[in-house]
Design a protein around this ligand. Structure first.
Ligand code: 5GP
Ligand code: ZN
Length: 123
C-alpha cells in the first residue's frame, strides 16, 4: 500500500525505533507513547484492520501475540509476584479497530503499553 505509513516503516522508507523484526512481523516504539513503554506490533504484510483477518491469519496473529511475553520481559514490564499473591508490573494489549474502535492508522497493529502508573491514557 503506497500511502500507508506502516508499510513505509516496513520498507524502511520511514524511520522507526525498531525493537524486533522477522520475515513476518515488526515491532517498533510508538512515536507518541501513551505509557512509559508503548510498542506497536505489526504484520509486515498490509492488513487494514483486525476485522479483515480470518482463520487464515491465525498463525500470524498467534505469532504476534506470543511475542508479547518476551517483549514485556525485555522492556521490564512483565508481571511478577503472582506466586506470593502480590502481582507487580504489567501492561495492556489493545487493537483499535475501525472508526468506532478509534483506529487512526489503517495497517493493523497491536499496542503494547505498560510501565509504572499513572499513564496518559484513562483507566
Ligand atoms: P491507532 O489509533 O491506529 O490504534 O494507533 C496508531 C498509533 O500509531 C498511534 O499511537 C500513533 O502515535 C502511532 N503512530 C502514528 N504514526 C506513527 C509513525 O510514523 N511512527 C510511529 N513509530 N508511530 C506512529
Ligand atoms: Zn500498510
Amino acid at each position: 500500500m503506497e500511502d500507508c505509513i506502516f508499510c513505509k516503516i516496513v520498507k524502511k522508507e520511514l524511520p522507526s525505533t525498531l525493537v524486533f523484526e522477522n520475515e513476518r512481523i515488526m515491532v517498533f516504539k510508538d512515536i507518541h507513547p501513551a505509557a512509559p513503554v508503548h510498542l506497536l506490533i505489526i504484520p509486515q504484510k498490509h492488513i487494514p484492520t483486525l476485522s479483515h483477518c480470518s482463520e487464515d491469519d491465525a498463525a500470524l496473529l498467534g505469532e504476534m501475540m506470543a511475542l508479547i511475553p518476551k517483549l514485556a520481559r525485555e522492556e521490564g514490564i512483565a508481571v511478577s509476584g503472582t506466586e506470593t499473591g502480590t502481582p507487580q508490573g504489567g501492561f495492556r494489549v489493545v487493537v483499535n479497530t475501525g472508526p468506532d474502535g478509534k483506529q487512526d492508522v489503517y495497517h493493523m497493529h497491536i499496542h503494547l503499553m505498560g510501565g509504572p502508573r499513572p499513564w496518559k491514557t484513562p483507566n
